[in-house]
Design a protein around this ligand. Structure first.
Ligand code: DP6
Length: 360
């Protein structure tokens, strides 16, 4: 599908005053999306596990708009309290989606949102937040186009989420989502995320993700700035080529269940992401001393056992611990005994792979 396929031809239904709600999951990339063209056209394909416990719930109440001007009319509340500092991001989102959702100028929207994870945990809420909002808008559009098919509904929800945040387009379905064109995945696209429909070995079913909270609070360098620094980066083309190759390898691993090979690809992707940041101009560092201590502990733990525990990172200092369900008990013991000391206020979040957004 191309961009213009997302512009509606005709609205036949009515959008009444009502509340539309969705719960959207967070996701963790195994092959990283890092580098983009405007607006969120990825420089390389990525694939992520959809999470389960880490999610955002959003409700959008539609009502008549008081002013007649063509500007957007909305208010936003986080956990019941007004959040005016979210407004610029939402305003940008409205501007970007307007050509594809022409009804957004015609109403007032009261957006209420809440995250299952602490707001200051350093877990990005943009993926789950933007996708929950996009899904609410799709439910509204569905009342205007009552015969819309399910597949299109989710594809457009992902397309709109991407306009808010690239990784948000992977926060729609599960257990794995691909964003960006890749030669081995015929349905893949740079415009929206698609569900991974290949075979998934039993080893990966119920895969666990325990997020160790190392550094909480605002990131020093935002993802948007980080993505921009990939443009003109001396290693950029080699990195993009590597991401394609790593995704090809991972697709084989997902089928054959080779956990040792999984660990190698996933950890290498995490470190390359940060290596690109550290070698950007200007260069910067998001890893903290405790991030490195945790990584070394994981390597030590693996060397002394037959464990397939591995780590991945997003654009921050927190560490995601990925492991098969069969290792749940032993890994949680290891976390409590040896890793929790490196977490801010001993905080960590237990999650596992999930199956996508849910209508509320
Ligand atoms: C490191 O989706 O946060 O988490 O598109 O600018 O909103 P924008 O960036 P964002 O980038 C995610 C980067 C990453 C890797 C990934 O999730 O693939």
């Amino acid at each position: 599908m191309i961009q213009k396929d997302f512009i509606p031809k005709e609205y036949t239904g009515q959008l009444e005053e009502a509340d539309f709600g969705w719960q959207s999951p967070s996701n963790i990339a195994l092959i990283k999306y890092w580098g983009k063209k405007e607006i969120q056209i990825p420089a390389n394909p990525s694939i992520s596990f959809t999470l389960d416990n880490c999610h955002t719930k959003t409700w959008v109440q539609v009502s008549a708009k008081s002013q007649t001007e063509n500007e957007f009319s909305f208010e936003i509340l986080l956990d019941g309290a007004a959040k005016p500092d979210f407004a610029p991001k939402i305003e940008t989102f409205f501007k970007r989606v307007q050509p594809y959702l022409p009804f957004v100028n015609a109403y007032h929207f009261k957006i209420r949102t809440t995250n299952s994870f602490p707001h200051s945990s350093g877990i990005a809420s943009s993926a789950s937040g933007m996708s929950a909002l996009a899904l609410c808008f799709m439910s509204m559009e569905n009342t205007l186009i009552p015969d819309m098919d399910q597949e299109f509904f989710f594809k457009k929800a992902s397309f709109l989420s991407r306009l808010g945040s690239g990784s948000a387009c992977r926060s729609i379905e599960g257990p794995l989502m691909v964003f960006g064109q890749h030669q081995d995945i015929s349905q893949s696209s740079n415009l929206y995320g698609v569900k991974y429909t290949g075979e998934l070995h039993d080893n990966f079913k119920k895969y666990q993700d325990t997020v160790l909270l190392v550094d909480v609070g605002e990131k020093k360098v935002s993802s948007s700035v980080g993505h921009d620094l990939v443009n003109g980066h001396p290693f950029a083309s080699a990195r993009f080529e590597q991401a394609h190759k790593n995704l090809s390898e991972l697709l084989v691993i997902l089928k054959n269940g080779d956990l040792e090979a999984f660990v190698k690809v996933v950890e290498s992707e995490a470190l390359v992401l940060h290596a690109i940041m550290m070698s950007s101009q200007p260069y910067y560092l998001l890893l903290r001393p405790n991030t490195l201590r945790i990584i070394e502990k994981i390597w030590e733990y693996r060397a002394n056992s037959s464990s397939n525990l591995c780590f991945t990172l997003d654009a921050g200092a927190n560490v995601h611990l990925l492991y098969p369900e069969a290792e749940k008990e032993s890994v949680l013991q290891f976390i409590k005994n040896e890793l929790v000391v490196y977490c801010k206020n001993e905080q960590y979040i237990c999650d596992q792979i999930g199956f996508g957004a849910k209508k509320l």
